[in-house]
Design a protein around this ligand. Structure first.
Ligand code: PMP
Length: 289
């Protein structure tokens, strides 16, 4: 596999970063997870926009233009023969001293890995997944804002550990006020009647790209999107619950904290939205050529 590192493609065995990189020492950096479908990079501009916003929020200047970075993503896919796959785009603060001070890091490091990912077992997409609410709450906005997709994912990792220890693969994280924020690596939606409820970013959710696509497609299915404060009650009493994310795509949730959602099987609207999402993903995006 060829990795984009320091402005060029290098062999995987030579793709090394310094132990003094603040990305490693402090989780100081930002990243994106992007998918390629059918020879195109899906929503590349939206991912790059979010990456540059995350970088700006942590005062990190990405040392390339968005256009150049878009070309580098496409080039890395092409070099690895990736037509359907998963791309990890990482920008670290770069090499600095052992102290926290990010201003000792003179050159941010841009890394692109184009490969594959299978987040959840295939079977879970047919059966739906069981999830729980965990005690680890989502970061407070004025501590580490969840809108920043930073390399410091420890908050989410701690939540994931709770989920895995309880025998499930995902979980719902609440914000410090006790409202539903999102899953450890996905956004969450609850359908009741013809209303699709999802928490707004100010409640502690990432502005998911998949989430945005679902919100755009929803009216075509007769749905009204209500971006609003959500409690666990909304999940427990929903007709359907599903999670969205670049790696997860759209996955049905059929059990939350031992409450069966709907009839315990993936709901018809979730299936329709997932089908529609895949159709859109197959025919749009930046060509890999
Ligand atoms: N929330 C969190 C915490 C995430 O890490 C992700 C991405 N894995 C998402 C939501 C989903 O965002 P997107 O659809 O842009 O991948």
């Amino acid at each position: 596999m060829k990795i984009y590192l320091d402005g060029r493609l290098v062999d995987e065995s030579k793709a090394m970063v310094s132990v003094f990189d603040h990305g490693l020492l402090y989780g100081d950096g930002v990243f994106e997870g992007i998918r390629a479908y059918n020879g195109r990079v899906f929503k590349l501009d939206d991912h790059l926009d979010r990456l540059y916003r995350s970088a700006k929020a942590i005062a990190l200047v990405i040392p390339m233009t968005k256009e150049a970075l878009a070309r580098a993503v496409v080039m890395t896919c092409k070099a690895n023969g990736v037509r359907d796959g998963y791309i990890r785009l990482v920008v670290t603060r770069g090499v600095g001293t052992l102290g926290l001070n990010p201003f000792t890091c003179k050159k941010p490091q841009v890394i692109i890995i184009a490969g594959g990912i299978q987040l959840y077992p295939k079977k879970l997409y047919e059966t739906g997944m069981s999830i729980i609410t965990v005690g680890t709450m989502r970061n407070q906005a004025e501590a580490v804002n969840p809108r920043i997709k930073s390399l410091n994912y420890l908050n989410n990792v701690l939540a994931k550990i709770e989920a895995m220890n309880a025998g499930v693969m995902e979980c719902i994280m609440l914000n410090p006020q006790g409202y539903v924020a999102e899953a450890s690596g996905d956004n969450v939606f609850a359908l009741r009647g013809k209303t699709l409820l999802t928490p707004p970013p100010w409640c502690g959710s990432l502005e998911g790209i998949t989430r945005a696509v679902v919100m755009e497609l929803a009216p075509e299915h007769g749905l009204t999107v209500n971006e609003n404060v959500m409690t666990r009650y909304d999940l427990y009493t929903a007709d359907e619950v599903f999670l969205t994310g670049t790696a997860a795509e759209i996955i049905s949730v059929t059990n939350v904290d031992q409450r069966v959602i709907g009839n315990g099987k993936p709901g018809p609207m979730t299936r329709k939205l997932a089908k529609h999402f895949h159709a859109v993903a197959q025919r749009s995006g930046t060509p890999i050529e």
